[in-house]
Each structure stands twice: as C-alpha cells, then as structure tokens.
Design a binder for this molecule. Sequence first.
Ligand SMILES: *[C@@H]1O[C@H](CO)[C@@H](O)[C@H](O)[C@H]1NC(C)=O
Length: 212
Amino acid sequence: MKMIHIIFLVVSILFSTSNALTQDFCVADVKASDTPAGFPCKNAADVTVDDFVFDGLKMSGNTTNIISAAVTPAFVAQFPGLNGLGLSMARLDLAPKGVIPFHTHPAASEILVVLRGAITAGFVSSSANTVYVKTLRKGDIMVFPQGLLHFQLNTGKTHANAFVSFNSPNPGLQILDFALFANNLPSSLVGATTFLDLAQIKKLKSVLGGSG
Ligand SMILES: *[C@@H]1O[C@H](CO)[C@@H](O)[C@H](O)[C@H]1NC(C)=O
C-alpha cells in the first residue's frame, strides 16, 4: 500500500469514528432524574419541535407575594431541549419595590437585559466583598459572575421586567434569606452564626415560613 493510501485510510477511519460520536442533541428525558452530567436523552424518535420551543416566558409572572416579584424559569426541567447545551433563560417580573432578594446560582453566570422599567441590580465579590451596583433601564444589560451573591430591585414607579440567560441548563438558585429563615435551623444558631438579634430572626422566620 502506498503512503497516500495509508493516510487516506487512517483519515477515513478517524472521520467515521468521530461521526459516530457526534450527536445533534440530547433532549432531556425529564421522567428520569437529573445528574451532574444532565438528564439521560429522550428517544430520538420521540423528539418533536416542541421539545425545542418554550412558550412559558411570554406571560408576566404573578407578583402578588412577599417579594412583589416573580422568577419564571426556562431551565432544563421546564424546557427539555436545553439538556446538554450549556444554557438557559428566565423571566423576572417586579412590581414597584419588588425584589429578587440576595441569591446565588452555584452553577452559572447570568446576563440580564431590562425590557421595561428601572431595576437596581448588584452583586458582591467573594474575594474582597466589593459591591457593584447600578440602576438599569430598558435595553441595559448586566452580567453577574458565577456563584456571586446578587439581587434585583425595582426602583422605578412602574412594573419592571427583564430576561436573564445562564450558561448552564440548570443554574441552581439559593436565596440567602430563605437559607437563613425559611427552615428549622434553630434561631439561637442563626443568631450565633450571623450576629443578628433574636427578635429579628424570629420575625423573619415567621414571615418566611421557618420554625425553631
Ligand atoms: C396571584 O397570586 C395570588 C396569591 O397567591 C392569588 O391570590 C392570585 O389569584 C394570583 N393571580 C393570578 C392572576 O393568578
């Protein structure tokens, strides 16, 4: 065999192998459990265009609640076509004074675009606890680096809304006040670990549904 034939053979074997490993998509089989590597794939024969379309963000979320705000997620659990693609979205609706309280997404950075109203948004660096805060208006975008505590507050006089994108199909969401006051961690321990007054802790636990 001539050298050129050997090269051709090797290249075609490599090409066919890599083709075999290439998969266009892996729509989540949401009946299974999510894993660190994502959901298992739904059978390709059962995939339809509706797995790649999500209409749940066109309606305003219900802001009649304690935070006067709503987060409507389009994460992989709601939108199975995102599985394995490394991205997702959500919609934020905020009545005047509404707030998405201090929270973190452990698995993703976030980019926000304001569509309506005025939103004061900020995050705190983890290394120096430096605050980065700005009031954003229609068309403004802001990025929140992965894992950092951040918030969004409606500081305008009208309803505000924004769309956010994440570089993970399942960014995770932990709200600081809920972690401290919406569970059964004893108030004495909350006090000892946060330096907050017991009366304030009890008040927040009662408002946020915690006990202890
Ligand atoms: C919004 O939520 C409140 C409180 O749960 C509820 O009373 C109200 O009916 C909801 N509004 C709509 C339009 O679903």
